[in-house]
Design a binder for this molecule. Structure first.
Ligand code: SAM
Ligand code: DTB
Ligand code: SF4
Length: 331
């Protein structure tokens, strides 16, 4: 199927609003044409610098201005991070994503340390990803030279809804960073969050922006808001599985080659619900009992889920052994 970067809002709206079983069926068909439906990539997140962030993202427990239980932690040591990456690899992860609660990267010693971390993880044969806030083109090039495979920078919501959620930076800032990442030849990871009080039109708007970028992101995380006490969005109701499916399926149909990542929100979902997400085109999860700061399902529960659904962890782009390792771990 031809990759399109000219999806109209109307077309996306029609797909998003189609009868749910039709939508899932169509997405499953596109998924099978472009991916091995028996494979799901297992990724690991590590917060290498936690909390104390100057931004005001209303969903985020790491923003300094909200009073949450998150403890501020300065940048981790390179050794500690490499140890964590090795553990992740041993338990079957093929992508390791390091997150920092920064507004933007600054050219200082901390950035040099992150470059060391990237080098180290890359040399272990995993896809190495970072999410560090805004980046200049020069900083993106430095990350690329250190061996960075992918950069995560979410649009989070539609351009219209954005200012309801974040006031300390603009949608265009976000798009500029994505452009800098693309120019440096780094794989782009960008998606968003549902359940922040947005309208269906906002979800469609975000998918429209992503699918109309000059090149689709290789990776599109779909997060369900994890409401955290102390943040302005603490009292938001949980999103229903049907909304999650509409989001995943629409992303799959309009961006057929992208990895669609079932990201935050899995602790609230049972195996049956996650199975529907995989059927609708999700082909990645974050494993390990913590995302960045919030809980995630236990690794044993995920192993059980893979067995029940006859799924296998996807091999890394360069490391073949990791798959075997995940399957060999006794339950
Ligand atoms: N500070 C960097 C930035 O904002 O780009 C990187 C880390 S930030 C925590 C990465 C992403 O995590 C955010 O863009 C957002 O989409 C997601 N996120 C943060 N808090 C969340 C929450 N409570 N529920 C769901 N997703 C969340
Ligand atoms: C993404 O879209 N989801 C991940 C990853 N990219 C960095 C982060 C989810 C964070 C959830 C809130 C937390 O654990 O702090
Ligand atoms: Fe800071 Fe990122 Fe959280 Fe926004 S999402 S407050 S930029 S850590």
């Amino acid at each position: 199927m031809q990759i399109r970067n000219d999806w109209t809002r109307e077309e996306i709206t029609a797909i998003y609003n189609s009868p749910i079983l039709e939508l899932v069926y169509r997405a499953a068909t596109v998924h099978r044409e472009n991916h091995d439906p028996s494979e799901v990539q297992v990724c690991t997140l590590l917060s290498v610098k936690t909390g104390g962030c100057p931004e005001d993202c209303s969903y985020c427990p790491q923003a300094a201005r909200y009073h949450t239980d998150v403890k501020v932690q300065k940048l981790m040591e390179v050794d500690e991070v490499l140890q964590a990456a090795n553990n992740a690899r041993e338990s079957g992860s093929t992508r390791f994503c390091m997150g920092a609660a920064w507004r933007e990267v600054r050219d200082n010693r901390d950035f040099d340390k992150v470059l060391e971390m990237v080098k180290g993880v890359n040399s272990m044969g995993m896809e190495v990803c970072c999410t560090l806030g805004m980046l200049t083109e020069e900083q993106a090039n430095k990350l690329k030279d250190a061996g960075l495979y992918a950069y995560n920078h979410n649009l989070d919501t539609s351009e219209e809804h954005y200012e309801e959620i974040i006031s300390t930076r603009t949608y265009d800032d976000r798009l500029d960073t994505l452009e800098n990442v693309r120019k440096a030849n780094i794989s782009v990871c960008s998606g968003g969050i549902i359940g922040m009080g947005e309208q269906h039109e906002d979800r469609i708007g975000m998918l429209h922006t992503l699918s109309n970028l000059p090149e689709h992101p290789e990776s599109v995380p779909v997060n369900a808001l994890v409401p955290v006490e102390g943040t302005p969005l603490a009292e938001q109701p949980r999103v229903s599985i049907w909304e999650m499916l509409r989001m995943i399926a629409t992303a799959r149909i309009i961006m057929p080659k992208a990895m669609v990542r079932l990201s935050a929100g899995r602790t609230e979902m049972n195996t049956e619900e996650q199975a529907l997400c995989f059927l609708s085109g999700a082909n990645s999860i974050f494993a390990g009992d913590k995302l960045l700061t919030t809980p995630n399902p236990e690794i044993d529960a995920d192993k059980q889920m893979f067995q029940t659904l006859n799924l296998k962890p996807r091999k890394s782009f360069k490391d073949q052994e990791a798959t075997v390792k995940f399957e060999q771990i006794p339950l």
